[in-house]
Design a protein around this ligand. Structure first.
Ligand SMILES: Nc1nc2c(c(=O)[nH]1)N[C@H]1C(S)=C(S)[C@@H](COP(=O)(O)OP(=O)(O)OC[C@H]3O[C@@H](n4cnc5c(=O)[nH]c(N)nc54)[C@H](O)[C@@H]3O)O[C@H]1N2
Ligand SMILES: Nc1nc2c(c(=O)[nH]1)N[C@H]1C(S)=C(S)[C@@H](COP(=O)(O)OP(=O)(O)OC[C@H]3O[C@@H](n4cnc5c(=O)[nH]c(N)nc54)[C@H](O)[C@@H]3O)O[C@H]1N2
Ligand SMILES: [Mo]
Length: 707
């Protein structure tokens, strides 16, 4: 902590949001008040700049709508009518209800619902799991995000950090594939821009002309869900045009023949029919990608939200090895450099789970709450999550939350759509009011977050929340009673070579540390193979995951039900979308995409007037061809609907949306909307491999709203 002459104390902060940028921050405090939040320039990736959402983050802490006290529901579920109660009252109610549910239905009738509203090692996704593991509650799978793409990566190139985002400046050909960094991880963009200004060609592959696509040298807009065909066709061109780095493939890869066979199904003409991209463009893309080294690919999560999204990732993961891009600094692929040495057992304790314990995937929460289950879910505990906005088929989710016999507790900062359905609401702190360590899923740094101000009202950090709950439930394992400091010290494996020379003390001193890999200007992690797969090779034919259909990523208690998951084809193959399969004669001829907004962070900030003003009301982007057919003009109020639900928004007629698709941003709250949020339309039925929901395989119709 440093003190300067203006009486401003500055401590280290770390952005807790679920975002690949994971910014290192500085909290400025004066007279006990957080007066400013800044980027910490010591982090050369996230720098002193914060994103549009966080640049007034101090004010977010003082939002008058924050929940400050425990509350009990007094009106009907969903009404938002609550009365203040004490923590003791809240905790004893929870104990009584849980105990009676356990004695009548068994502990599996309790379902924990924690997700990624906070990514900290103390307060993040897994932080409550140990308590529920100990109670014998149902185990929750959480496969909302990156589950299939990270599984694909582990199956192909292994749990590698991949290309350092800071070395993108050395690339000469950059493909941004199914990602929108200008909006969703804006600290990558300056590195791409620097490369572009130095002559690199930037290609964006996205059905929607995003802010990122608009800045690209070449925007390629495939039909959603067909990236696997595009990638396999590129591979076919690489092979037929003799652009493969055969020495690299011979020395460091396996399964070339099988991959070549799968790719041979998609010569450019055939791929054109499926993807909608001209055959000539597909060939040119493959040729330039191979011949312009270093070439690098940034993959996002957009393309995994389809039936063959995971397999598309597998095929894309093969590309840099095929052209030898890994040989170069700035070449290769960046997806999720999450493989820093955290000690997961500090939060969740998988060894406490009885192998027979029921596993439910939270993606299907609506189904679990409304259909018959044995035992039924009688108690839900929600933290770090807003399922009524983020989970698919949200009308069904709401129906489940309306159940009078369901005892729901929600720990929240705001009265979200979900909190409105709680029986008990517990108030949660924000970043500057708590301690944590943050790793990132977009860069190579670890950031310390120091408590800067006193928590308002009776808010508590998740770490303290679960201490209180453990005490309430009379659990005696010391795991539950560690102090924040003890947890902070132990949340990383300081003996790992990746943290060589660093310690908790050095993190406290500098606030941000880089894992011990060579500097970005020298780092070429797979110049000589060394892929952390079982064979040490880039596995075009995967040796893992194929049978069980899943790989447990080394973070988040994600996929558990080995038995219930479909086997994964070990060679990338194409499976067409199920709902949006190209026939446009049905009642719902359009494909509905609901990517991230520019102005919100998932559903966070969507309740703040000034953020809403910047982001704008829910817009519905529609291609001029589709708009003309329906007599829709920009500014018209339209309804987008299918059998599951109806979203109401303002039409924006634009060729940014590919013909045949509708684009509406994710994040808006149903309680503040004219219809539902985007997930009123999506289905929870179909999941790609490793459980990823097919959010974007959603068929809809759009019409002027006359209701
Ligand atoms: N501003 C902002 N930033 C965020 C978030 C936010 O809500 N707002 N959320 C955070 C979170 S949780 C995440 S996971 C990341 C996600 O960040 P991104 O990886 O950028 O993910 P999305 O916006 O979901 O999708 C990216 C793009 O994929 C495109 N897409 C959809 N279908 C396909 C397809 O079939 N093929 C291809 N090639 N592209 C397709 C969409 O049109 C979209 O533009 O962003 C994080 N950062
Ligand atoms: N249609 C569609 N659906 C999507 C997506 C999409 O692109 N389209 N994206 C998906 C993706 S990638 C993701 S990651 C999920 C995101 O889903 P979530 O991770 O659930 O994200 P949010 O909806 O922002 O909800 C996080 C909640 O946690 C609360 N919170 C934050 N910090 C704390 C804390 O310290 N303690 C407690 N108790 N609460 C806290 C916030 O106030 C917020 O209400 O949504 C998924 N759903
Ligand atoms: Mo996400």
């Amino acid at each position: 902590m440093s003190l300067d002459n203006s009486n401003i104390e500055t401590v280290f902060g770390a952005c807790p949001h679920d975002c690949p940028d994971g910014c290192a921050m500085l909290f400025d405090v004066k007279d006990g008040e957080l007066i400013k939040v800044r980027g910490n320039p010591a982090n050369t990736y996230t720098t002193d700049r914060l994103c549009a959402k966080l640049n007034d983050y101090h004010a977010h802490h003082y939002n008058p709508d924050r929940l400050l006290y425990p509350m009990r529901r007094i009106g009907p579920k969903g009404s938002g009518e609550f009365e203040r109660i004490s923590w003791d009252d809240a905790l004893s109610t929870i104990r009584e209800r849980w105990q009676s549910i356990i004695s009548e239905f068994g502990a599996e009738a309790i379902l924990p619902y924690g997700y990624a509203g906070n990514l900290g090692l103390l307060n993040g996704p897994g932080c409550g799991d140990a308590l529920f593991n100990k109670l014998g509650a149902t185990t929750a799978e959480k496969t909302f995000c990156v589950s299939s793409s990270i599984t694909a990566q582990i199956m192909t190139i292994g749990p590698t950090l991949g290309t350092d985002p800071e070395s993108f400046v050395h690339a000469k050909f950059i493909i941004v594939w199914g990602a929108n960094p200008v909006s969703t991880h804006s600290h990558l963009w300056p590195f791409i821009l620097k490369a572009q200004r130095g002559g690199a060609k930037v290609v964006v592959i996205d059905p929607f002309r995003t802010r990122t696509a608009a800045r690209a040298d070449w925007h390629i807009a495939p039909r959603p869900g067909t990236d696997i065909v595009l990638a396999l066709s590129m591979i076919h061109t690489l092979i037929s045009d003799n652009l493969v780095d055969h020495n690299y493939v011979r020395d460091y890869c396996s399964g070339f023949e099988e991959l070549a066979e799968s790719a041979a199904n998609y010569p450019a003409n055939k791929a054109q029919e499926i993807t909608g991209i001209a055959a000539q463009d597909i060939r040119q893309l493959a040729q330039e990608y191979a011949q312009t080294q270093p070439s690098v690919i940034r993959v996002g999560v957009g393309l995994e939200r389809h039936q063959s999204g995971g397999q598309a990732m597998r095929a894309i993961d093969c590309l840099p090895a095929l052209v030898g891009a890994w040989r170069h600094v700035g070449g290769g692929l960046l997806h999720m450099p999450i493989f820093v040495p955290t000690r997961q057992e500090q939060s969740s304790r998988p060894e406490w789970i009885d192998p027979d314990t029921r596993v439910l995937n939270l993606v299907q929460i609506g189904k679990h709450l409304t259909e018959e289950l044995d035992p039924p879910v009688k108690a839900l505990f929600v933290w770090n999550a807003n399922p009524l906005v983020h989970a698919p088929d949200s009308n069904k989710v709401q129906q489940g939350f309306e159940r009078e016999d369901l005892f729901t507790v929600v720990s929240e900062q705001f009265m979200t759509d979900t909190a409105r359905y709680a029986d008990i609401v517990l108030p949660a702190t924000m970043a500057a009011e708590q301690n944590d360590i943050l790793t990132s899923w977009g860069h190579f740094y670890i950031n310390l977050n120091q408590k800067a101000i006193e928590p308002p009202g009776e808010t508590v950090a998740n770490s303290e929340l679960f201490r209180r709950l453990a005490r309430t439930m009379n659990l005696d394992d010391p795991h539950f009673y560690r102090s924040d400091l003890e947890m902070l010290r132990n949340s990383l494996d300081w003996d790992s070579p990746m943290l060589d020379g660093e310690s908790f003390e050095s993190l406290q001193e500098r606030g941000t540390i880089r894992v011990k890999v060579p500097p970005a200007d020298e780092y070429a992690p797979h110049a000589e193979g060394n892929f952390p797969t079982p064979t040490g090779k880039c596995e075009f034919v995967s040796s893992i995951g194929a049978e069980s259909g899943f790989v447990v990523p080394p973070f988040r208690q994600m996929r558990m039900d080995k038995q219930n998951s479909a086997p994964i084809n070990p060679v990338p193959i194409y499976e067409p979308n199920i709902e949006c399969n190209g026939s446009d004669d049905g009642a719902y001829p359009l494909q509905f995409l609901s990517p991230k907004s520019h102005g919100f962070l998932n559903s966070e900030y969507a309740n703040e007037a000034h953020k809403l003003k910047v982001q704008g009301e829910q817009a519905v982007l529609i291609n001029p061809v589709d708009a003309a057919k329906r007599g829709i003009e920009t500014g018209d109020e339209v309804k987008v609907f299918n059998d599951r639900g109806t979203l109401v928004g303002d039409a924006l007629v634009s060729d940014k949306a590919l013909a045949g698709t509708i684009v509406a941003s994710f994040g808006y709250w149903t309680s503040l909307s004219r219809g539902t949020g985007v997930n009123g339309l999506t289905s929870s039925e179909r999941q790609g491999f490793a459980g990823t929901p097919c959010f974007y395989d959603t068929a809809v119709e759009v019409l002027p709203n006359q209701d």
